[in-house]
Design a protein around this ligand. Structure first.
Ligand SMILES: Cc1cc2nc3c(=O)[nH]c(=O)nc-3n(C[C@H](O)[C@H](O)[C@H](O)COP(=O)(O)OP(=O)(O)OC[C@H]3O[C@@H](n4cnc5c(N)ncnc54)[C@H](O)[C@@H]3O)c2cc1C
Length: 375
């Protein structure tokens, strides 16, 4: 390992950009390797109608506010524009169209990062910030292989026009499932199929957006076990329109079907129904296949605590679901996690121990992560 080696950040989305800024703050030299054409993450690939679930004011990376009304809910394209500007303002080496295919441990310490273009780059540390959108999770049910209709994950859904007049089942009880089913219900015959009743979180409380209260009460920083109890596993943010649509039958909900038939599904009451299209909004898994040579994954999942690898010093993660809190996988939360991870990585890279225990006192990098200044 030499002092000249950079920290290689794999993935140029919000997590990679937050990592790059935190790396600079920690005195490290970041290089971002990004598979896409520009460092705006997966946002351009999300469905067309998507707007943020939090107001602009609560949806920023460290150091750069959103343009315009801070109370508006930015559209997907506003986020793309925001990330583009954020990346431009960072004085960091960002290499687009550079997919990482493997990370290997280097004899003597550090890593070698191999790219699809055939490059082999030494690194003092590695940040895995490649999100999960590239690894959608699709469960397997009886008869799935025989189904002849249109079956897809919501990752491949863009807009409702292809479904006009069709009989559609959307599977899932999260935000994407409810939003997409609601949007489709205007022009298609839709049923939302879920294993359990949908649990809603109020978008607004006492005239303020929920995120105001999350920040005020510090709930955004609570670990998974506590926050899920506080919100009773509710996940779907709602101003009231989704609950009303389901309660009124405008958007029917049914218990999950039990099997596929060649042209549809079998419902739990034993009836069968022909269905033109089935959209699984069943979540994602970490997209970290390039780490396989390190033997650090447990059935595809990173072995880590709070984003710090438990098997490989100098390897950290960003943007994992519930990495440190409810907000880890969001625009508003990833900056905090980035500062935490980079403090650990800088300690590893320089051989100096971390002076403060995470979660007890704030490091200088953590304080800067939320302060305005360099984006
Ligand atoms: C439909 C949807 C709606 C969401 N809405 C919100 C919201 O309203 N508010 C909010 O805060 N969060 C939201 N999220 C959650 C989260 O903020 C986003 O998923 C966000 O895009 C995650 O950012 P990321 O940088 O971690 O990952 P990504 O945005 O997925 O970026 C990772 C990047 O890494 C690149 N990459 C992948 N593999 C490699 C490789 N091997 N080598 C190099 N590059 C690679 C990819 O091309 C990708 O661009 C939403 C998520 C989804 C799916």
């Amino acid at each position: 390992m030499t002092e000249l080696d950079p920290v290689i950040i794999i993935g140029g989305g919000q997590s990679g950009l937050a990592a790059a800024r935190a790396a600079l703050d920690a005195g490290l030299r970041p290089v971002v390797l990004h598979a896409g054409a520009e460092p705006v993450g997966s946002w351009p690939d999300y469905y067309d109608s998507l707007a943020l679930f939090s107001p602009a004011h609560y949806s920023t990376l460290p150091g750069m506010p959103f343009d315009g009304d801070p109370d508006r809910y930015p559209h997907r394209d506003d986020v793309v524009d925001y990330l583009r500007r954020y990346a431009d303002a960072l004085d960091v080496d960002i290499r687009s169209r550079t997919r990482v295919v493997a990370v290997r441990a280097r004899v003597g310490g550090g890593y070698l990062v191999h790219t699809e273009n055939g490059d082999e780059m030494p690194a003092v540390g590695v940040v895995a910030a490649t999100g999960s959108f590239g690894n959608p999770y699709l469960p397997t049910l009886n008869g799935q292989g025989e189904y002849g209709g249109d079956l897809r994950h919501v990752a491949d859904y863009r807009r409702p026009d292809a479904y006009d007049g069709k009989r559609v089942v959307v599977v899932g009880a999260g935000n994407s499932a409810v939003q997409v089913a609601y949007e489709l219900a205007a022009s298609a015959r839709v049923t939302l199929a879920t294993r359990e009743p949908i649990r809603f979180l109020p978008q607004r409380i006492g005239g303020r957006d929920l995120h105001h209260w999350l920040r005020l009460t510090g709930s955004d920083r609570l670990p998974r076990a506590i926050i899920t109890r506080v919100v009773r596993n509710a996940t779907v943010l709602d101003t009231g329109r989704y609950r009303e649509a389901i309660d009124s039958g405008e958007l029917p909900r049914r218990d999950m079907f039990t099997a596929f038939t060649p042209d549809g599904v079998s419902w739990s009451d034993g009836t069968t129904e022909a269905i033109d299209a089935i959209i699984f909004a069943t979540g994602y898994r970490p997209h970290v296949d390039y780490l396989a040579p390190l033997d650090t994954l447990d059935r595809g999942k990173p072995r880590q605590v709070g984003g710090i690898s438990t098997t490989h010093p100098g390897l950290v993660y960003l943007g994992l679901e519930f990495q440190r809190s409810f907000a880890s996988n969001t625009l508003r939360g990833v900056g905090r996690d980035a500062a935490h991870a980079m403090t650990a990585l800088a300690a590893h890279a320089t051989g100096r121990p971390r002076l403060r225990r995470p979660g007890r006192q704030r490091t200088a990098a953590q304080s800067r992560a939320e302060a305005p200044g360099r984006p």
